[in-house]
Write a protein that binds this ligand. Structure first.
Ligand SMILES: NC(=O)c1ccc[n+]([C@@H]2O[C@H](COP(=O)([O-])OP(=O)(O)OC[C@H]3O[C@@H](n4cnc5c(N)ncnc54)[C@H](O)[C@@H]3O)[C@@H](O)[C@H]2O)c1
Length: 269
């Protein structure tokens, strides 16, 4: 009988004791699962999000090792305040996971300037400046580090109606490569994951957005996606968190600049 890891367990070999981690988007979905798994592995985790209530709920799992920090990734002052607080408390930062993100669905002729700015501000600009400020602290601490970004299968190939979101995620893949090159000399590794559809509140929003444009008896977005996924199911937040933890630990010590597809075999690049 094949033994498989139980959902919610991260296996015995992941030990992040003594590491300090900062996770954005930790109030929900992938960020919440990742923050909890990092804490379960022994890290001190700062769960950052602009959604305070959800983030406080995240922190109830490991109250001794998790703290909530309010943070809007689009506002540099907010990001600085949050990361300053980590530095004041621990004088170190080892792990950054950039999970904060939003989905958007607008076709070319409907894209508004406001929506374009909103999506790019959170998914791309926010990720860049959180990484910049976090990397400054990693450099100051002088003990290397790991940054993990959440790109998307949409960053590999856009679907009809989500080109701005897809462009933001293609940008995340590019920023990951750029940051990895610049930070490698300081033993700071930068990687990303590219999940397919993940069962989170964001996926619920995607489904209802597509529901708006689907007509007749054609396949739903979920059916179409499952058909294109060799492993035949949707991605779970736990699938992402497992991959992220690998990229945070020394088990991936010689891996940088990569974007790991966590999509059930949908893409091979
Ligand atoms: N769910 C999917 O199908 C899927 C697939 C591929 C990639 N992703 C990416 O994974 C990441 C996490 O998505 P999720 O599915 O967990 O979504 P989610 O909606 O469950 O969580 C996103 C979190 O980001 C936070 N956030 C949004 N704007 C913010 C801001 N300005 N400052 C700080 N926090 C902010 C939200 O409050 C929320 O807690 C996103 O970057 C998303 O694009 C999701």
């Amino acid at each position: 009988m094949v033994q498989r890891a139980q959902a919610g367990t991260i296996g015995p070999r992941v030990d992040l004791g003594g590491r300090i981690a900062f996770v954005t988007g930790a109030a929900s979905g992938i960020g919440r699962q990742t923050a909890r798994d990092l804490a379960e592995a022994g890290a001190m985790v700062f769960a950052a999000d602009k959604a305070g209530r959800g983030c406080l709920e995240t922190c109830t799992s490991f109250p001794d090792r998790m703290s909530y920090l309010p943070c809007d990734v689009t506002k540099l002052s907010s990001v600085r305040t949050a990361l300053d607080a980590v530095w004041q408390e621990h004088g170190a930062l080892d792990i950054l996971v950039n999970c904060a993100g939003v989905y958007s669905m607008q076709q070319l002729m409907d894209i508004t300037e406001e929506e374009y700015d909103r999506v790019l501000a959170i998914n791309l600009k926010g990720l860049l400046f959180v990484s910049q400020i976090a990397a400054r602290y990693m450099l100051k601490a002088g003990r290397g580090g790991a940054i993990v970004n959440i790109a998307s299968a949409a960053g590999r190939k856009p679907s009809v109606g989500s080109m701005v979101y897809s462009a933001s995620k293609a940008g995340v893949i590019s920023l990951t490569q750029g940051m990895a090159q610049e930070l490698a000399a300081h033993e700071i590794r930068v990687n990303a994951i590219a999940p397919g559809a993940v069962e989170t509140p964001m996926w619920d929003a995607v489904k209802s957005a597509y529901g708006d444009v689907e007509t007749g008896n054609g396949p739903t977005i979920e059916t179409a996606l499952l058909g294109a996924t060799p492993l035949g199911r949707l991605c779970r937040p736990q699938d992402c968190a497992h991959a992220i933890l690998y990229l945070c630990t020394d088990q991936s010590a010689f891996v940088t600049g990569q974007t790991l597809n966590v999509d059930g075999g949908m893409y091979f690049n």
